[in-house]
Write a protein that binds this ligand. Structure first.
Ligand SMILES: [Fe+2]
Length: 393
């Protein structure tokens, strides 16, 4: 029998053709009549919100309560500001349309509203410190294909005063409904597609090889890996609606996997790189993944070996002797990233983001205090993390 585990995904997923047209029905079902629409300037500018507003208008649902200036690295002060706006505008639900920062900010807003704690989100940070609160209808329209935040119990929000990215972990953060529609990711530039997808791939690999893996999250992770490696090259070179839709869905599946089995050392160091040097999350994942896997190899040989099947396909898997599969998996990923670099120029070194040797001690110190390090299969301290960072410079 497998060791004890828990698994939750209560999010209703509305995916595929014309998914967005079901928004009015879902809002009505959730009892939301005056939604607060949250987004960022990029999504607004790309015209993605226009579709949403047209759909709301045609159903007679007010679309004029909006906050569309959520910054890329959102902060706890933004959450307080939006929560106050929600109350004063008389809203009764939240629609988040954007990438990870928009969705995580929306989760924070919903959390403080449901916990009736608008002024002190800091007291709610950490792992499962939150009790069930008032239900605030919450639907999410992800516009990137990486964070999977639409289906995770996690929000990462920066505290600019301390430079620390704080994690909030609770099933109370799960949205009610997520809409996966190809129109939401159609204008994503190739470099962002690639870095987001590498984030999703990282979610799968860390969920599959961490100490909290289980059969259910494994099945989400392995399906997502196949969808990512099959569809990402197509989206970057000859995009089709099917490939875009499958890549977006893969990100959601990866989110479900890691929300239950957590992530590990790649995310611990990546969060620290984001907090200390503003390295974009997806790019940090792509850069750190191979070296972190080499570090984890002694403890993750079986899991990494199994992943060769989903990454490289059945022929390569069958042709590779069992004892060489784990190393072959890492090699395959390094080649995959080099190909992505050739196609769209995603950076392969931390120095491309201004990380220098002198800030590595600060990054390493932050990484060992990150929650993700706890579920990594192989223990790592400051010397080991420093070595990984030096290899990725
Ligand atoms: Fe991530």
């Amino acid at each position: 029998m497998e060791k004890y585990f828990e698994f939750i995904n209560s999010v209703k997923i509305c995916a595929g053709e014309n998914a967005l047209e079901n928004i009015p029905y879902e809002l009505n079902f959730l009892g939301c009549h005056t939604p607060l629409i949250l987004s960022d300037a990029g999504v607004s500018k790309a015209g993605i919100l226009d579709n949403l507003i047209k759909i709301l208008d045609s159903a007679g649902i007010p679309s004029d309560k909006t906050f569309t200036q959520i910054p890329a690295d959102s902060d706890i002060s933004v959450i307080s500001e939006i929560a106050s706006m929600y109350v004063s505008a008389g809203c009764d639900g939240i629609i988040a349309c954007g990438g990870g920062s928009v969705i995580d900010t929306a989760k924070g807003v919903r959390l403080v509203l449901s916990q009736n704690n608008v002024d002190d989100i800091l007291s709610l940070s950490g792992n499962e410190t939150i009790k069930k609160g008032k239900h605030i209808p919450f639907i999410v329209l992800p516009t990137t294909c990486g964070t999977g935040s639409e289906c995770t119990s996690v929000a990462v929000i920066k505290n600019h005063k301390t430079g620390v990215k704080m994690e909030f972990i609770s099933s109370e953060l799960l949205p009610d409904t997520a809409f996966i529609d190809v129109r939401l990711t159609a204008t994503l530039p190739p470099r962002l597609v690639a870095s987001s997808a590498m984030d999703a791939l990282c979610h799968c690999i860390e969920a599959y090889s961490g100490i909290q893996k289980n059969y259910i999250s494994d099945s989400f992770a392995t399906t997502a890996i196949r969808l990512i490696v099959t569809n990402l090259p197509i989206v970057l070179t000859k995009p089709t609606d099917k490939a875009r839709a499958d890549l977006a869905l893969a990100s959601t599946l990866a989110g479900i996997a890691f929300s239950n089995s957590m992530v590990g050392i790649v995310h611990a160091i990546g969060h620290a790189c984001g907090g200390e040097a503003s390295v974009p999350h997806g790019n940090a994942m792509a850069i750190l993944l191979p070296e972190c896997m080499k570090y984890n190899l002694p403890d993750c040989k079986t899991e990494y070996g199994e992943l060769l099947l989903y990454l490289a396909g059945p022929e390569v898997y069958a042709d590779t002797p069992e004892e060489q599969r784990a190393e072959a998996t890492i090699q395959w990923l390094e080649n995959f990233e080099k190909t992505l670099n050739k196609i769209c120029g995603i950076p392969l070194k931390l120095s491309d983001y201004g990380v220098t040797k002198d800030i590595i001690p600060n990054i390493a110190k932050k990484a060992i205090n990150d929650g993700a390090i706890i579920v990594n299969k192989r223990n790592a301290g400051i010397p080991e993390i420093t070595e990984i960072l030096n290899k990725c410079l």
